[in-house]
Design a protein around this ligand. Structure first.
Ligand SMILES: [Ca+2]
Ligand SMILES: [Ca+2]
Length: 235
């Protein structure tokens, strides 16, 4: 799971390499090491694809052109690329945020069972804009700002399962201006995938194909690297 929300700088760098990513029409609201936002689900999915393949239209997310999405196929992408960048599913995001690091159960907030101090440990309630990544308190699994700062796109359809078209997607974690309960494990937001809002951003997760040695050659799908690695495939 990416430690941080994708930043405005990372967004600017990656989108400069592939004009098929930022096609939603609304440009970034934030700068530098603030999280990127005004990013539609489609734009976020194409960003993840680009990290995988160097092509916004090729990866776990199936696009026939820059504006036509037709589904998700992580396994096929893994077999081709071995390391695949994705938007975390609702379940993956939930576990990274709320599962205790010793695996003994789930907490109410990503930082524990008591509400983090607003404006110090997490950016919510009294905030007026997103702060730079790395500002808040460390969360259960060494992530930052899964609670607050900007809402984050999940891969999952709000109705459950993989999205196949324009149905609403899950967003999680709340933003700088929301009350604390919006960061709780039970809080699950919904947004149309074309939404470009200055309070919705995303983080990516990396999947790695692991091939089991003899006697089996079955590939296993696991959640890999905890850090977001910006790999410059072009330029
Ligand atoms: Ca946009
Ligand atoms: Ca967040």
């Amino acid at each position: 799971m990416g430690t941080y929300e994708v930043t405005a700088n990372q967004w600017t760098t990656v989108t400069s390499y592939d004009s098929n990513i930022a096609t939603g029409g609304v440009s970034d609201a934030w700068t530098g090491s603030q999280p990127t936002a005004n990013v539609s689900w489609y734009e976020a999915a194409k960003f993840a694809n680009w990290l995988t393949s160097g092509d916004a239209l090729v990866g776990a997310y199936l696009f026939s052109n820059a504006t036509t999405f037709s589904g998700v196929n992580r396994q096929s992408a893994l077999e081709t690329y071995q390391t695949v960048y994705v938007l975390p599913t609702d379940d993956e995001w939930y576990k990274a945020a709320y599962l205790k690091s010793d695996g003994s159960g789930y907490t109410l907030y990503p930082t524990g069972d008591t509400a983090p101090t607003a404006g110090v440990e997490a950016n919510y309630s009294s905030g007026t804009s997103p702060w730079s990544i790395g500002t808040g308190a460390a969360e259960n699994n060494a992530t930052d700002d899964m609670g607050g700062n900007v809402w984050e796109w999940n891969e999952s359809a709000f109705a459950g399962g993989e999205p196949t078209g324009s149905e609403s997607r899950v967003i999680r974690g709340a933003h700088w201006g929301r009350i604390g309960t919006s960061m709780q494990s039970s809080a699950r937001g919904s947004a149309s995938p074309i939404t470009e809002a200055d309070y919705i951003g995303f983080r990516v997760a990396a999947l790695e194909l692991q091939v089991v040695p003899e006697p089996s050659s079955v590939g296993l799908l696991v959640i890999g690297a905890m850090d977001f690695v910006l790999r410059r495939r072009r330029g």
